[in-house]
Write a protein that binds this ligand. Structure first.
Ligand code: MSP
Length: 510
């Protein structure tokens, strides 16, 4: 039986067009999905769009469209960006799809049948951008404690979910599963929140229409977060007991931004507990990107548009930068100078140069043909051990979602490769015919190490990896059995590489 792996991104609101923050979560999920696929897992990678709720309704009104027209238009922008960013999702769910609406209605009914939903009245402070109610004590100067925008007092008849009933069960689950919420600082934050006690949660609205009707009471629509969170199971066919649902639920990891942690680690698990469904294995919250030191916002006109970046620097440079620059889980800053620096130093210099020099040398010395290696000398053994150690390190990092650290480990081997060439000095060996076998061995080592490097990089930079492997004469789809030393076959024809990443002059980049 094959091992399965289910990774999700948040589903994105369609009242906003995609920016670098959205691209970040989706990219991280893609890197993980590709890595797990390479390891032989049967991977289900889900993304999609969150199309209901007051926010979307308001945006559509402003744009003079129906909410569905707005959604249809914006969803194309998301899908086009994911294609351009080389995102290998398995399924794309839209909350306006029948399959989803059916699943949400069913989940709502299940929770109701359990006696966990009751009709009451709601009076509290509502933040429309966050689609969240707050008590007066939670407000800061009557503004939303999350986004600092004005809130309004709303009173409405509402269905409530008995979230309070699940406080102890949730607490016990978090305590028994130290990896359920990551990173650790986020786990502590949620533990403290849950310990303070959980209020029942309003899970329906009557003040607008754009949502899924509450089963049995059309005056209400289902609260947008109850609707949205259910996407993780409706995409698998819930409530039908499909093979997909059986194979992939519970999810291995929900990747999210830190701003939507509470919804994923308090609301969602308690809905699932009530419905008698297993909880996701892990919820990992990454940090937020600022831009040149400032919060990204429409009003500051500094929203980083990924399409433009990809056109300018290439998709893999952007993929590399986003995964390398900031440890996953921490906040980070996006700046053009940091991006250009990474491209020039890590990609053009370290990675590109190594491939260029080594493929040029084997062509010069052996007509591009990989030689049978002789017995390895100490320098070679150290280099090989370093390459093998990298495989273990990267594996551990990927389990921890430490993408930046994984790339760091890969780059150590790339630097070691450049150093290995300097130390073995193939140009000197080439002058001495009696050292021809040694020269062949040195070439073998430097090419074989890079073959392993590019195989690993296929999760991060799929196009670059494909190109690199092609130059190295390996054009098989990267799989885990190639993640070991010794797969490069003597007799393979290596092609002299063109620069993978041309250097960018800072002054060209204004
Ligand atoms: N629709 C909800 C999610 C429902 S999931 C069941 C939502 N959508 S969103 O479009 O507003 O945001 C989606 C994701 O983008 C969040 O994970 C959020 O953290 C991420 N980001 C938005 N801006 C960001 C940055 N500036 N930096 C990093 N990530 C950011 O919330």
């Amino acid at each position: 039986m094959s091992r399965t792996f289910y990774v999700t991104t948040p589903i994105y609101y369609v009242n906003d067009v995609p920016h670098i923050g959205h691209a970040y979560t989706t990219l991280a999920a893609d890197v993980l999905a590709r890595y797990k696929k390479m390891q032989g897992y049967d991977v289900f990678f889900l993304t999609g769009t969150d199309e209901h709720g007051q926010k979307v309704e308001k945006a559509a009104n402003t744009a003079g469209e129906t909410p569905l027209e707005l959604a249809d238009r914006v969803v194309k922008r998301f899908q086009a960006l994911w294609e351009k960013l080389n995102i290998s999702y398995t399924d794309f769910i839209r909350t306006t799809q029948e399959r989803h609406k059916k699943g949400v209605a069913h989940l709502f009914e299940q929770v109701m049948k359990k006696g966990d939903i009751y009709l009451g009245e709601y009076e509290d402070w509502y933040c429309t951008p966050c689609e969240t109610f707050w008590t007066e004590t939670q407000l800061i100067d009557f503004k939303c404690p999350d986004c600092n925008r004005p809130t309004e007092k709303l009173k409405e008849e509402s269905y409530f979910f008995r979230m309070s009933k699940y406080q102890q069960a949730l607490l016990a689950h978090i305590e028994a599963n130290p990896d359920f919420i990551q990173p650790k600082s986020r786990r502590n934050e949620i533990l403290a929140f849950v310990k303070e006690g959980l209020r029942d949660l309003s899970v329906s609205r009557t003040t607008f229409r754009w949502g899924i009707p509450v089963p049995g009471n059309d005056d209400h629509v289902v609260y947008v977060w109850f609707d949205a969170l259910a996407n993780y199971i409706t995409a698998l066919g819930y409530p039908e007991q499909t093979d997909k649902l059986q194979d992939f639920w519970p999810a291995n990891v929900h990747l999210i931004g830190k701003d939507i942690l509470r919804f994923h680690t308090v609301y969602w698990p308690t809905f699932l507990l009530s419905a008698g469904l297993p909880l996701p294995e892990k919820v990992f919250a990454h940090g937020w990107w600022t831009v040149e030191g400032q919060k990204m916002s429409k009003s500051l006109q500094n929203v980083v548009e990924p399409n433009m970046l990809i056109d300018r620097y290439g998709v893999d440079a952007i993929r590399y930068f986003l995964m390398r620059e900031v440890p996953f889980g921490l906040d980070g800053d996006f700046s053009h100078s940091a991006l250009v620096h990474r491209i020039n130093s890590d990609l053009a210099n370290d990675l590109g140069n190594l491939l260029n020099r080594s493929t040029a040398m084997i062509n010069k010395y052996f007509g591009g043909i990989v030689q049978e290696p002789a017995e390895l000398e100490d320098l070679d053994k150290v280099y090989r051990a370093k390459t093998e150690e990298m495989l273990r390190q990267v594996d551990g990092c990927m389990d921890d979602l430490a993408f930046s650290k994984a790339l760091q480990a890969i780059w150590e081997v790339i630097s070691a490769g450049n150093k290995y060439i300097d130390e073995t000095a193939p140009w000197t060996l080439a002058k001495d015919p009696s050292r021809r076998e040694r020269l062949g061995t040195v070439m073998f080592c430097v090419l074989e190490s890079q073959r392993v490097v590019y195989t690993l990089l296929s999760a991060f930079m799929p196009d670059t990896a494909e190109k690199g492997l092609k130059y190295l004469g390996c054009d098989r789809k990267p799989t885990s059995d190639q993640l070991e030393w010794g797969c490069l076959q003597p007799g393979t024809k290596v092609t002299k590489a063109e620069p993978l990443f041309p250097r960018i002059e800072e002054k060209d980049d204004l």
